[in-house]
Ligand binder design. Sequence first.
Ligand SMILES: Nc1nc2c(c(=O)[nH]1)N[C@H]1C(S)=C(S)[C@@H](COP(=O)(O)O)O[C@H]1N2
Ligand SMILES: [Mo]
Length: 225
Amino acid sequence: MSESDDTPLDAVRPKLVETKQRWAAEGRLLTDKPVKPHRLPDQRLPPGQHLVQDWPVLDLGVQPDVPPERWRLQIDGLVDRPIALDWAAFKGQPRFHDVSDMHCVTSWSRYDNAWEGVGAKHLLALVQPKPEARFIVFHSYDGYTTNLPLAEFDRDDALLADSWQGEPLTRVHGGPVRAIVPQLYLWKSAKWINRIEFIAADRSGFWEVRGYHDHGDPWTEERYS
Ligand SMILES: Nc1nc2c(c(=O)[nH]1)N[C@H]1C(S)=C(S)[C@@H](COP(=O)(O)O)O[C@H]1N2
Ligand SMILES: [Mo]
């Protein structure tokens, strides 16, 4: 498995990447609680997380400036109907609203984020994944990639978001459009998204090749591999 290298990542902050890679190797932030196979009904904060009210910014240190009129989204790979959406086409899709919590592997969680954009279920119906498509890779304008099982995107609360708490998504948080896959750690939710690639065999993304867990379920603390 290797990370896609169709965009150079030479502008990323090497120290930041080294630090997080070392944390992954050391298993930093892992609690010693036994793995919980299921989320308890009254449990909202995953193990090892703490609640924040603000919204921290985390990325590779490159925050691409993509004005909506230049933004494009390509959805391709193992799908029957590959598409490319520009801003007008994206905004012309049925609108989807969802409120969800976010959980970052660096241990903060933030509740009740009101997202608006285009739902994953709708996008999947548009492109019609082939039966052999089992994983997807998000690709972003900063060269970031992250992989997930198709089944994790095919969920009622996954979306491509262009709005948060009723306001356009800001550039620092991945605007004009980012992925939101709330049931996985936030590194799976690619900011500045510009491509969704459907593939048959799993292929690790940027952090996944650097020691982060392939799957990333906060409830079972799938932080590092
Ligand atoms: N394109 C892109 N998406 C990204 C990242 C990145 O560096 N580039 N970082 C990931 C990580 S590690 C986290 S924790 C979240 C942070 O999102 P936020 O800055 O909006 O809190 O974005 C994820 N998506
Ligand atoms: Mo992160």
